[in-house]
Design a protein around this ligand. Structure first.
Ligand SMILES: [Zn+2]
Ligand SMILES: [Zn+2]
Length: 294
């Protein structure tokens, strides 16, 4: 049984519609796929319906944009309630913050001699509810300023890069709390990819588990080399949290991230599933969420 717990549709910055993504996951031999678009649940109804039609299990997921020391950190959430008011409110702020910084980023790019217009960027946004750096990267590629998204990030758009503009972000500890508040399971995404090892060393991951109850660590990811994977697996085992693996598939938007390129083992998935079930029950019982139920 092959399980892939991290994918993106066109609703955030992938290229497949949610239904296409689920069909492609089945074609790739996956039994379980999680849709984890950035800061939106909008693709889940279509993905879930496609899963029922095609006969593949779709896990309702999310990749929440968080930060630590002004650098971006991603948090995967599974089974979080899309109607949870606190989480929904924060996601609106994140999405607005992202759209609001388009102008200053474009100004910086023009100063750097690689101009793209707002319209050129918006042409790549599609049905996504917000404009993100990947869309700006696509416009830079289309304008011939860079060869691919990777180069756009490496030269201009990455955190701390010459065209980077900081935006509203949720502290990672608070992000874990929000996911739990919405009845979800929180797994930190690719923590040691692309120089994040300094930002999220073992001590910080340990603290997130101890103080916020972080549920898992994404271990097998294309941004992690063999040493990072080994170190993270050991850490997850020591902390007793889930060690997941996934593709971070973006359709044709990201090379070397094919569906199922990394997977989560069935035993780990069973643990994640039972945590999801427990949280959903606890959330229903908790009056603090302010919902009337039913
Ligand atoms: Zn990510
Ligand atoms: Zn992702």
């Amino acid at each position: 049984m092959r399980i892939d717990l991290h994918t993106h549709s066109v609703i955030s910055d992938g290229t497949d519609t949610p239904a296409e993504l689920v069909a492609n996951a089945a074609a790739a031999g996956l039994a379980v796929v999680a849709l984890t678009d950035h800061d939106t649940f909008d693709g889940l109804p279509e993905a879930t319906a496609a899963g029922e039609r095609i006969g593949i299990e779709v896990v309702p997921g999310l990749e929440l944009s968080c930060s630590r020391e002004h650098q971006s950190v991603h948090l995967l959430a599974y089974g979080a309630d899309p109607e949870d008011p606190a989480l929904a409110e924060e996601m609106v702020l994140v999405r607005n913050g992202r759209t609001g910084r388009l102008r200053p980023v474009l100004d910086k790019l023009a100063e750097l001699g690689v101009p793209v217009s707002e319209d050129e960027v918006l042409a790549f946004v599609g049905s996504s509810p917000s404009v993100g750096r990947p869309h700006i990267a696509d416009a830079l590629v289309a304008a011939g300023h860079v060869l691919d998204r990777r180069e756009a990030f490496d030269r201009f758009l990455a955190d701390g890069g010459p065209a980077h503009v900081a935006r509203y972000a949720i502290d990672i500890g608070r992000g874990v709390d929000l996911v739990h508040g919405a009845g979800g399971v929180a797994v930190i995404a690719h923590p040691w990819g692309r120089g994040r090892e300094q930002l999220l060393p073992s001590s910080i991951l340990t603290e997130l588990v101890a103080e916020h109850g972080l549920d898992g660590i994404e271990v097998d990811h294309q941004d992690h080399d063999a040493a990072a994977r080994a170190g993270l697996r050991q850490l997850a085992d020591r902390l007793g949290v889930l060690a997941t693996g996934s593709s971070d598939y973006h359709g044709t938007g990201k090379v070397d991230h094919d569906l199922g390129v990394n997977t989560t083992d069935p035993e780990t998935y069973a643990r994640l599933r039972s945590l999801m079930d427990q949280r959903a029950l606890t959330e229903q019982r908790a009056p603090a969420t302010g919902r009337t139920g039913g």
